[in-house]
Design a protein around this ligand. Structure first.
Ligand code: FES
Length: 649
């Protein structure tokens, strides 16, 4: 007989601004109002950090019901029968006065402030009707600190909302930044000048409701309304955090976090946020090259096919290798086998070593929708084992998720020689180190999760993880690692390093692949499709320049098998600012921007296949991948499972 469990969800009914609202028990009046689109000003409350009651700007008037009078809406849980007004004159006056108090010490300098235009304090000050400074005393001032090359400190702007310290210490486990002082002279900073140590310090920039912390790398470069922006996915690792790249005049200026509750929540790591802006690199390939000489696309594509066909004629089938990578978007990756086919070169190679290839195949083969771990599974785990992985490098946001589980009482186990203790120290976690997975007592905990790095992971242990009953999060070396592993496992792709070292490869096509220079020595024909100035591009006789992720639409499949769409932010071309050491880009009048004759990798692969007599699909994501073509870039993505994918997608 089936057992039925009835869970009673209490939904108190209240009235906010004459609208009836049903809100789940436990949420605040502020959140209940937000759920029906009523905005109540707030500074200290944050969805990811909760309430603090520090800023007093969320005042509302309780007209009737169990609570009466002026109340802070973020601190007040909803109750049956409440009658709330956000527009009552008393509430409006209270909020206006609070803003005026906050502005007594805040500089009235929005027009020259680097936060101007993207400042919550500015917005609510204007919305609250405060425009004239009545207080004529001196403003309180502070000395700013040097917090490293990425974050600017401007303490005079602080309104003491405590968001920064709550994020830094409680959420991210940092210990080198805090709040000092008392009464009207509190100071948010470090005990001494120096770079912030948390690998998540950049979130202070996003979380500060005013301009105390700003991104130094992009200060005074543009105003919010000048920005080119689009929804995107971080290419820094396989976690797939949602980001918004910010650009102007074809120059990528900065990266900010974009909310996705299924992946990164509200935050991103510093590794993704402050990564070098390679799309701006003046040395990246921007024109097709044949033997170091600029050529047309047609000439370069003809040369590539002709020379590689000669290699096949001379050395036989299998003498040409096509290499993809974990950073190649899924559009190009899914077409790569077609290119291998027309070049008679067998399955493409994706991963560097035999161990990594086998671990990636094992990981992607054992993961299903049922046993794959999402970010939420990690945060709610009863026990977590980090197997052969340093999450600071391989998936920093998973480390932040591990901390949230640890705060709820989950023990954290570090397994294997490549799982250093420093990673958990960086987020204030006390972890236990083990030598082998077999020592981890996962079975005695509810909801165990194993986070496994495929770079150093043992393939046999990866396969064994399935039997532990734990949910599994396998980390791959790049943003489309799961996609690459899936295709590689299906087609039987071998390790690239071993193939190149064998001496059998006489022709190579590196498609957005990072291959060590020493492995390229002695290969008669090297061709590279890339947007980075890699060693393959340096060594290549034929270079076909591709678009960077910010210059094209695409799809990455993250560690859990979640396919996510990213969008073009800027039109390809040399930045107007002239990052080129030679100065401003050429002042020529052409339809295309200078240096902008780039094509997405999938388009180049498709053209090569067609020129070689093959039949590429009209669209890059077609056939069994067609469902991915319609993904909403602002949605949650679509989770694929390694085992179920071939018949399911
Ligand atoms: Fe309610 Fe700050 S948002 S007191």
């Amino acid at each position: 007989m089936r057992e039925c469990i009835f869970i009673k969800v209490l939904m108190p009914k209240l009235i906010i601004d004459k609208r009836e609202v049903d809100a789940p028990e436990g949420v605040s009046v502020l959140e209940a109002a937000q759920s029906v689109g009523i905005v109540i000003p707030h500074f200290c409350w944050h969805p990811a950090l909760g309430k603090a009651g520090a800023c007093r700007v969320c005042a509302v008037k309780m007209l009737d019901g169990p609570v009466k009078g002026i109340q802070m809406s973020c601190m007040l849980p909803v109750q049956e029968g409440m009658v709330v007004s956000t527009t009552d004159p008393d509430a409006v006056a209270m909020r206006r006065q609070v803003i005026e108090w906050l502005m007594i010490n805040h500089p009235h300098d929005c027009p020259v402030c680097d936060e101007g235009g993207e400042c919550q304090l500015q917005d609510f000050t204007i919305a609250g009707g405060h425009g004239i400074r009545r207080f004529d005393g001196p403003k309180r001032t502070h000395v700013n600190q040097y917090l490293g090359p990425n974050i600017e400190h401007e303490m005079n702007r602080c309104i003491q909302c405590y968001r920064c310290v709550r994020f830094y210490q409680e959420h991210a486990g940092g210990s080198d930044f805090g709040v000092m002082g008392s009464a009207g002279r509190v100071y948010f900073g470090r005990f001494e000048h120096g770079p912030l140590e948390s690998p998540f310090s950049g979130n202070l920039v996003d979380i500060c409701p005013t301009g105390v912390f700003t991104d130094r790398t992009a200060r005074f470069r543009a105003r919010y309304w000048d920005y080119d922006m689009a929804p995107s996915v971080c290419p820094g690792c396989s976690v797939g955090c949602n980001i918004t790249p910010v650009a102007r005049y074809r120059e990528l200026l900065k990266i900010v976090a974009r909310r996705n509750d299924r992946v990164n929540g509200w935050f991103i790591c510093d590794r993704g946020r402050f990564a070098p802006k390679e799309a701006n690199d003046p040395l990246r390939p921007r024109t097709p090259l044949v033997d170091g000489r600029e050529a047309s696309w047609e000439e370069a594509e003809d040369a590539l096919l002709r020379r590689l066909n000669e290699i096949v004629e001379l050395y036989g089938e299998g003498s040409v290798l096509v290499v993809g990578s974990s950073r190649l978007p899924f559009e190009g990756a899914s077409l790569l086998p077609l290119l291998s086919g027309v070049l008679s070169s067998g399955a493409p190679g994706w991963f560097a070593t035999r161990r990594e290839t086998r671990a990636a195949h094992a990981a992607v083969s054992l993961m299903t929708r049922e046993n794959g771990a999402s970010m939420a599974d990690v945060m709610n785990a009863g026990c977590i084992a980090i197997y052969e992985s340093d999450l600071r490098e391989e998936g920093p946001m998973l480390l932040l998720a591990v901390r949230q589980a640890w705060r709820r009482g989950a023990p954290v186990l570090l397994v294997g020689e490549h799982s250093p203790l420093e990673q958990t120290r960086a987020v204030g976690i006390e972890a236990v180190q083990l030598h082998y997975m077999e020592e981890a007592p996962l079975a005695i905990f509810d909801r165990p999760v194993v986070i496994a790095g495929t770079k150093h992971g043992d393939p046999e242990v990866m396969a064994m993880l399935d039997r532990t009953g734990a949910r599994i999060a396998a980390l791959f070396p790049g943003p489309n690692g799961f996609g690459a592993a899936l295709l590689s496992a299906e087609q039987g792709g071998g390790p690239v390093g071993a193939a190149l070292a064998s001496g059998r490869v006489k022709g190579l096509v590196a498609v957005e692949a990072d291959i060590p220079a020493e492995l390229l020595e002695g290969i008669p024909v090297v061709a590279a499709l890339d947007w980075r100035a890699t060693s393959a591009v340096q060594a290549a006789a034929i270079v076909l320049p591709t678009t960077a992720p910010v210059e094209s639409d695409g799809t990455y499949v993250n560690f859990e098998g979640r396919a996510q769409k990213f969008c073009r932010v800027i039109r390809p071309g040399l930045p107007v600012k002239g990052l080129d050491p030679a100065g401003h880009p050429p002042r020529v009048h052409e339809a295309a921007p200078p240096g902008g004759d780039l094509r997405p990798a999938w388009r180049v692969i498709s053209d090569l296949v067609r020129l070689a007599g093959g039949t590429p699909p009209e669209e890059p994501l077609s056939g069994r991948w067609a469902r991915l073509a319609g993904l909403d870039p602002e949605g949650e993505g679509m989770v694929l499972g390694g085992r179920v994918l071939p018949n399911d997608a």
